[in-house]
Write a protein that binds this ligand. Structure first.
Ligand code: NAP
Length: 503
């Protein structure tokens, strides 16, 4: 196999990878390739196809600012519409030729002598001056290590790897987990299955969902007057941003949200004190993601659904045993158990200076400068890296902020004739110290166990401030925080920016 060279290699083609690719394409100065292990673009919206899958951030905000979509059919989109939107973006912005689907990255190592990254993929080796890690934080499904699981003779699947060939009709099913994914697929599959045992370790706080169809006349108006859609987007952004007041600035304000959630539960579970008791969380609202749904509680009331509190303790050949010691015969187990987030499996594949693995550098506690760069890993930019997550607004806003930072860094390198940049360890650590200080006193640190926290108990996931502050922080490249090395006189630019790449 031949080795190909590019200025930039982007790993992943979800919202982040596509945003980076589109910006590079528009700039037109650099050769780049997008490496995607799936068979099409879309990232999380390609892989998550479970029934009922959708986004709980409004469609007008959960889309690229540079690619408004007047055609959204609902105020909160379902997965197929978001997936199709991303596919359309890849086509409309002309980045398909640069995208290699079915190509999995198996390792990436910094070559100090040649001052570039060597990226091993299932399709051969690639060399790139800059690597953009756009793998996304919610990528690797997490399946709990339950005793006896390997002896189960029925069907198992994770929400993010739904097997649509498996017919759930008439089946007895155990569903584990009550997070954002489960509360969407449980109501969707409940009418089909014979019996559904929902295992809930921690009850979620549920809000009323305000989804509605977008009327034809609204779509016509958005098509005719794009600024109006922009205005609506701005309004949604501003309203959502108010949540920062409760999440971050003054968690006592979350009491209002708790009242609304409790009222929703009492209304929807009226006459079912057993479910109200099992479903009432004992942690501060907002400490774990608040989930909007009008269908969750009604699904739990259905005669073929049993809400089992506690985890599955053991799996046998044809049954599961709950914490209550009861054995329930099932044909299938569905894992709505989330993703490896703070462990970041991809960090085991990345070797920086001195052959150091990103995983070892992080030592169970991922951190980065502006969620993007890590000292000792030159020319590596993470998109949606540590502490860029949000519980209340659109991740696309954070992605676009980070892509602006990436593009500013590349321009700075051009201007200085530099070929290596590496964030200074002291700059990264003071950035993170300030961030940790802001994290103190947020609702996420009020004592619940959540996937926001890493092995050390540090919140390595969320951005603890107004989102516009993140945009400000990433608006320009802070060169003074980096060590910047100039290219040797004979350094050559890799590849041809305009060259398409055969799949
Ligand atoms: P999740 O929020 O991490 O939820 C996982 C669920 O599985 C939790 O209820 C957890 O219980 C439970 N669980 C984990 N290990 C378990 C075990 N060993 N035994 C029993 N229960 C176990 O995962 P998710 O629902 O897939 O959602 C992940 C993230 O994806 C969300 O937070 C959100 O950011 C994103 N998402 C977004 C949307 C959207 O609409 N925008 C939709 C789906 C997903 P504990 O709470 O006790 O840990």
């Amino acid at each position: 196999m031949t080795t190909e060279s590019f200025d930039v290699a982007i790993v992943g083609s979800g919202f982040s990878g596509l945003a980076a690719a589109i910006n590079l394409k528009r700039e037109g100065k650099r050769s780049f390739v997008v490496l995607e292990r799936g068979d099409d673009v879309g990232g999380t919206w390609h892989f998550n196809t479970y029934p009922g899958c959708g986004c709980d951030v409004p469609s007008h905000l959960y889309s690229f600012s540079f690619a408004p979509n007047p055609e959204w059919s609902q105020t909160y989109s379902l997965q197929p519409e978001i997936r199709d939107y991303l596919r359309r973006c890849a086509d409309d912005f002309g980045v398909r030729p640069q995208i290699r689907t079915g190509t999995e990255v198996t390792a990436a190592s910094w070559n100090e002598d040649e001052r570039l990254w060597e990226v091993a993929t299932s399709g051969g080796e690639i060399r790139a001056r800059v690597v953009v890690g756009a793998m996304g934080p919610l990528t690797e499904p997490r399946i709990p290590d339950i005793p006896g699981l390997d002896r189960f003779e029925g069907k198992t699947m994770h929400s993010a790897r739904w097997d649509h060939d498996y017919d759930l009709r008439g089946k007895r099913v155990a569903s584990i987990g009550t997070g954002a994914s489960a509360i969407q697929y449980v109501p969707a599959i409940q009418p089909d299955v014979a019996q559904l045992h929902v295992f809930q370790r921690t009850p979620p706080w549920i809000f009323p969902h305000s989804n509605r169809d977008i009327h034809d006349f609204e779509r016509r108006i958005y098509r005719a007057f794009p600024p109006l859609q922009k205005l609506v987007r701005g309004g949604i952004y501003a309203t959502r941003e108010l949540a920062v007041l409760g999440f971050v600035k003054n968690p006592r304000l979350m009491g209002v949200a708790e009242l609304a959630a409790k009222r929703h539960m009492q209304k929807q579970l009226k006459g079912r004190p057993d479910l109200i008791e099992k479903g009432t969380p004992d942690y501060e609202i907002g400490c774990k993601r608040i989930l909007p749904s009008n269908r969750w509680y009604p699904a739990l009331r259905r005669p073929n659904v049993e809400l089992v509190t506690g985890s599955v303790e053991e799996v046998r050949a044809n049954s599961v045993v709950g914490a209550d010691g009861v054995e329930r015969e099932v044909d299938a187990i569905i894992f709505g158990t989330g993703f490896e987030v703070t462990d970041m499996p991809a960090s085991r594949l990345v070797q920086g200076r001195d052959g150091r693995l990103l995983h070892d550098q992080w030592h169970g506690s991922p951190n980065a400068h502006k969620g993007a760069t890590v000292s000792g890993f030159p020319n590596l930019f993470l998109l949606l890296g540590p502490n860029t997550g949000l519980g209340h607004s659109s991740m696309v806003y954070m992605i676009e902020s980070q892509v602006a930072y990436l593009m500013a860094a590349l321009r700075e390198m051009d201007e200085r004739g530099a070929d290596v940049i590496d964030v200074r360890a002291d700059a990264a650590s003071s950035y993170n110290a300030a961030l940790d200080e802001r994290m103190d006193g947020t609702v996420w640190n009020t004592g619940c166990a959540s996937w926001y926290l890493d092995d050390t108990g540090r919140n390595a996931t969320l951005w603890p401030d107004w989102t516009w502050r993140f945009r400000q922080a990433t608006a320009r490249f802070d060169a003074d925080h980096y060590s910047i090395e100039s290219a040797p006189a004979n350094a050559e630019i890799a590849g041809d920016p305009a060259a398409p790449i055969a799949n």
